[in-house]
Write a protein that binds this ligand. Structure first.
Ligand SMILES: [Cu+2]
Ligand SMILES: [Zn+2]
Length: 171
C-alpha cells in the first residue's frame, strides 16, 4: 500500500476518538429490561459514522442460529407504548423521502449478537446528524430481511433510545 492510498483511507480512528455530535442511550423493553447500549453519531463530510455498543441482548445456544437484530432509526420521538408494543410511540422507519424498505433513511445494517454483545461501526449518508435529532433508535428481536414491506419483518421492538444532541465535551 503506498502513501497516497493510506491517506485516502477513511479516518475512522480519529473520528471515534473525537466527540460525537449526538448520542442515544438505549434501554430494553419490559420483556428485556437488562438491555443497555449507546449509539454515537459522528458527522463527517461523507456522511454519518454510527457507532453502536449494545450489551445484554438476548442470546441463544443453538448452533447455526446466532442472533441477528434488526436496527433502524424510527421517526417517532418517544420510547413509550402499550402492552402490545412497548415502543409504539417510536412509530416506523424514518422515511422523509417516501422510499420503500430497505431504502428508508433510517434503515441501518442489522446488529450481530455475540453472547449478548453487539458492536457495529458503519457509514451512512442517508441522513445528517441534525436531521435525526429527537428521533428514536430501535433494536428488534429478529433479523431484517431487507425485502418485506414496510419494515423487513424484523419482529418485536426490544430496545429503544432517543437521539439527543451531545452538549458535553466528551463521550
Ligand atoms: Cu425498526
Ligand atoms: Zn425501513
Amino acid at each position: 500500500m503506498n502513501y497516497q492510498s493510506l491517506c485516502q483511507q477513511f479516518p475512522i480512528v480519529p473520528i471515534l476518538q473525537g466527540i460525537p455530535q449526538a448520542i442515544a442511550n438505549l434501554s430494553g423493553s419490559p420483556d428485556h429490561p437488562q438491555i443497555t447500549g449507546t449509539v454515537r453519531l459522528y458527522q463527517t463530510k461523507n456522511g454519518v459514522i454510527v457507532y453502536a455498543d449494545i450489551r445484554n441482548l438476548p442470546d441463544t445456544e443453538t448452533l447455526c442460529q446466532k442472533k441477528i437484530f434488526g436496527f433502524h432509526i424510527h421517526s417517532g420521538t418517544a420510547c413509550t407504548g402499550d402492552e402490545m408494543d412497548p415502543f409504539s410511540a417510536a412509530m416506523s422507519h424514518d422515511n422523509p423521502d417516501n422510499c420503500l424498505h430497505p431504502y428508508h433513511a433510517g434503515d441501518l445494517p442489522p446488529l450481530f449478537g455475540n453472547h449478548g454483545i453487539a458492536v457495529s461501526v458503519f457509514l451512512t449518508d442517508r441522513f445528517s446528524v441534525s436531521e435525526v435529532i429527537g428521533k428514536t433508535i430501535i433494536i428488534h428481536d429478529a433479523p431484517d430481511d431487507f425485502t418485506t414491506q414496510p419494515s423487513g419483518n424484523s419482529g418485536t421492538k426490544i430496545a429503544c433510545g432517543i437521539i439527543r444532541r451531545n452538549t458535553r465535551m466528551c463521550c
